[in-house]
Design a binder for this molecule. Structure first.
Ligand code: FHN
Length: 583
């Protein structure tokens, strides 16, 4: 249900009249042709897909340490290099991996065919350090590419330029800090070309060639330029990321400013890329903390996963979410379950993500938005503590507003603002999705920055203090809990089990309510809200778990300082916002 009050022409549109206008418009709404830059391969399927599966796998899963990086330390290189001799993942089932990706709503899959450790997951004619000489003795790329084709998702390949195992590649483990005794870079480049050619010839067409390991000195922008154009002659619609050169994010270039071939899309890692409609980009992120399999690794919540996808799509980018399969070849059941939960969300709201463009309202603490045709989809992840959500005005008229995630939205469009209200009980914990239909193509609306809406907290901008700060980093300082931005947070060192966070209000103030936003971190197990008094700290509220957002009221008390005293936490506590309100 919905109601719209338009004061643009000082008239109130009735439901019937608006509905009639909307139906009339619907039959003429033009298709939402996402303007995809021409000449960069077939990017349309990529930008429409929005969501893919990243897989980091190899014999190192037997150790549960990080692929590539653990070779040499903590796993001795000779031990690491011998792991393949006992790599026999009896449960490996390509069809099952692909089904898991599809169930998650993922439209493409990127597998580490060769990571920095040099081990090849396909039957390479150029080396015996490959899966065919392992007890498994099956061609993983062959089985995966076939399963992808059978089940209708794009097969893509990750290939590491640096190779700490190959004798001709100059650097060695640990982490590229070693040096090979007798390297031959031209010979290694020839080896690389041969392997990439056999991958494209044997398992192609490949959707994306996802290069990595590009940062080391032996690989130059000129190498990248030549390789990019060589591969495009073999498969013209192949999409190649920016790491074929020396880039990771827009604008990165080699040290010394040598211009690097940009590739077809940018690759921000473990963070959400900036809003950018001019150049495709894809955030790659781990579902857990490690790229490769790690027993009992910390796994992201459903809310964190979906909100990351929403923020990526809202920025006009993709999300490549990574799993590290187990040594027996299975994707860990709890990870598969998380992926299925994401898929269930996409099953309900996929049309707000797939085939959309980011914006027009740019992502921010409030949430994000996507658009297609005459629809704008708002994903509200943070409502004001009081009153309506205020967004900047739109250059097009809104002809319908409705919540896709439940409840009745009350919307008010003015020339310079849109006010949206929805009862608290109807707000969705992951994201409240509101569809605005406008009188025209939404993609034509210039992107809009959404300013942080002041919460009215008496602590905003005050003098903050804390008992501990993560590695002393300002990025995680106590002030981050008082900046009205739930995307920033105060954090503490790993292993911290108790801590306090305090704000100095300046002059004595009467307070009676606090809002504590812990988001998805869920680490606090016992807390007190305390105020300063002549007798020291006085507890005005206390409890156990905070939950994502806790609002606590208490009898009005006048004080100069307020603090959150965390008595018990499962891991280093971290608080996104600690807001303090008067009567
Ligand atoms: O070193 C690799 C790392 O292991 C992982 O493969 C990520 C995925 O993008 N890329 C490199 C780190 O930037």
């Amino acid at each position: 249900m919905w109601r719209i009050v338009s004061t643009r022409g000082r008239r109130e549109a009735s439901v019937a009249a608006v509905l009639g206008a909307c139906l009339a418009l619907a039959c003429v709404a033009s298709g939402g042709e996402a303007d995809v830059p021409a000449g960069r391969g077939d990017l349309r399927w990529f930008t429409d897909a929005r969501f893919g599966m990243f897989i980091h796998w190899g014999p190192v899963s037997l150790k549960g340490t990080e692929i590539g990086w653990s070779r040499g330390a903590p796993v001795p290189a000779d031990v690491y290099d011998d792991l393949y001799r006992r790599f026999d993942p009896a449960c490996f089932d390509a069809e099952e991996w692909v089904m898991t990706a599809k169930t998650a709503g993922m439209k493409y899959m990127v597998i580490t065919a060769k990571h920095h450790d040099g081990f090849c997951l396909w039957d390479s004619a150029l080396t015996d350090y490959d899966i065919m000489t392992a007890p498994l003795g099956r061609d993983v790329l062959a089985e995966l590419s076939s399963a992808c084709r059978r089940q209708g998702i794009r097969f893509c390949v990750y290939y590491s330029i640096c190779d700490w195992h190959h004798p001709d590649y100059p650097t060695d483990s640990p982490g590229g800090r070693g040096r090979k005794p007798d390297p031959d870079m031209p010979a290694y480049v020839s080896y690389m070309y041969g392997q990439l050619e056999e991958i494209l010839a044997t398992y192609g067409p490949v959707g994306v060639l996802w290069f990595d390991g590009h940062w080391e000195e032996p690989w130059s922008p000129a190498h990248g330029e030549r390789l990019y154009h060589h591969l495009k002659t073999i498969q013209p619609d192949l999409i190649i990321n920016n790491r074929v050169g020396k880039r990771r994010s827009t604008g990165d270039d080699a040290a010394g400013g040598e211009i690097s071939v940009p590739g077809d899309f940018d690759t921000p890692e473990q963070r959400i890329g900036a809003f950018n409609r001019d150049r495709p980009w894809e955030t790659c992120m781990t579902l857990c903390r490690q790229w490769a399999w790690k027993p009992n690794d910390e796994m992201k919540s459903l809310t964190q996963c979906v909100q990351t996808l929403i923020r990526a799509a809202g920025g006009d980018g993709n999300l490549l979410l990574n799993v590290g399969p187990m040594p027996d070849g299975r994707i860990e059941p709890r990870q598969a379950q998380r992926l299925a939960e994401i898929g269930a969300w996409l099953g309900e709201y996929g049309r707000t993500i797939y085939g959309t463009r980011g914006g027009p309202f740019k992502p921010g603490p409030w949430g994000a938005s996507t658009c297609t045709d005459d629809s704008i989809f708002l994903f509200v992840t943070s409502w004001p503590d009081r009153g309506a959500l205020e967004l900047p005005g739109l250059e097009k008229k809104i002809i319908q507003i409705r919540s896709l995630s439940g409840g009745e939205v009350v919307g008010k469009q003015m020339d310079d603002a849109i006010m949206l209200s929805l009862a608290g009980a109807d707000r969705d914990a992951i994201a409240t999705i509101i569809e605005l239909n406008v009188d025209g193509r939404a993609i034509e609306i210039a992107p809009i920055d959404v300013p942080v809406q002041p919460s009215g907290s008496l602590g905003a901008g005050g003098i903050a203090n804390a008992s501990n700060v993560f590695r002393g980093m300002a990025e995680y300082g106590p002030d981050k809990a008082f900046d009205d931005d739930p995307d920033t947070r105060w954090a503490t060192d790993a292993g911290t089990r108790s801590a306090w966070l305090a704000i100095h209000l300046g002059a004595p103030r009467a307070i009676s309510r606090v809002v504590i936003i812990e988001g998805e971190w869920d680490r606090v197990r016992r807390y007190q809200v305390q105020v300063s008094s002549d007798e020291g700290w006085q507890t005005v509220a206390e409890g156990e778990q905070l939950g994502p957002r806790l609002e606590v009221s208490f009898d009005s008390v006048t004080c100069r300082q307020v603090r959150l005293n965390i008595l018990q936490a499962t891991e280093g506590p971290t608080i996104c916002e600690f807001r303090v309100f008067g009567d």
